[in-house]
Design a protein around this ligand. Sequence first.
Ligand code: SF4
Ligand code: SF4
Length: 357
Amino acid sequence: MAERTWETIESGTPDPMPFMHPVMKKNYGKWVFHSHPKPGVLYHRAENGDEVWTVKAGTQRQMDHYTIRKLADIADQFADGFVRFTTRSNIEYMVADQSKVEPLIKTLSDNGFPVGGTANSVSMIAHTQGWLHCDIPGSDASGATKALMDELYHEFTNCEMPNRVKMSTSCCEINCGGQADIAIIMQHTKPPKINHDLVANVCERPSVVARCPVAAIRPALVNGKPSLEVDEKKCICCGACFPPCPPMQINDPEHSKFAIWVGGKNANARAKPTFHKLVAAGIPNNPPRWVEVSEVVKKILYTYKEDARSWERLSDWVERIGWPAFFEKTGLPFTKYHIDNWRGSRATLNASTHIRF
Ligand code: SF4
Ligand code: SF4
């Protein structure tokens, strides 16, 4: 294993060099050629002829230590003890000996880790961790991701999409939710319900008031106790007040739904970056398999696969055919929820550090 020479700190990105495969460290900044020999495998060649094959495998984000040990044993056996994890919670093994690539792929597959997620495949869904570490999730993003990736196994292990497809899942709509070709995002549809008996004991009221992006929360006296009130006409149901004040419960088994957004892209490659846009709302938050979410995502994904030209990202495809054609081809209904008619932003959205009432 890599020698641990860094000083342990609690924050910031650690120095990657101690963790890097020796052949990669030696040739840092000196790579002259790369290719994609097969799904899940990348090949790099350096100026001096050194070669490295990177093998990517799907792994879960929340991992027990038996799985970590198994993955580490595989690294010791094939990759000189070096691994790295991608932002999409996939593991990558770097191999400097070509004869080890196929046995490594077989060992990973035999142990239940599918090899894929490169080039024009559906890469692993970037997702948040929900219940495990966060105090505000309205759903289990990891669970919805697992259920969906089970259905998209073939698209992960094969490169059959027009271009790369990046997806994300978030269990609230205000924090970790990322731009993606297809993003699955928790969406509350009702303002919070306040338990006035608890507010004075649990919540620091000024900080809750300051949290609201549309200044919809005011201090109030309820039944003789200091509490808070919400102007429901202003409230955009974002859920930002719930973390500092749990008595402002917003999660609801019926009214917390999933929404699907498409066409987000961070890269500058081929076309400029784009914001994703809402295409489906009010989808039930239905564990343990979230079938309704999977159904909408697959409809969008397979229409894109069928209809897009080679190397068009999802946003390029929609841009070319137009949004009316997107809704026609996918069969998704266009409803009033797709029209952003909220006029309050100029007057109330907290774009500065001042609080306005
Ligand atoms: S998406 Fe929201 S609820 Fe989920 S982990 Fe991130 S902050 Fe927490
Ligand atoms: S923080 Fe969000 S959910 Fe809470 S009152 Fe303000 S707009 Fe509504």
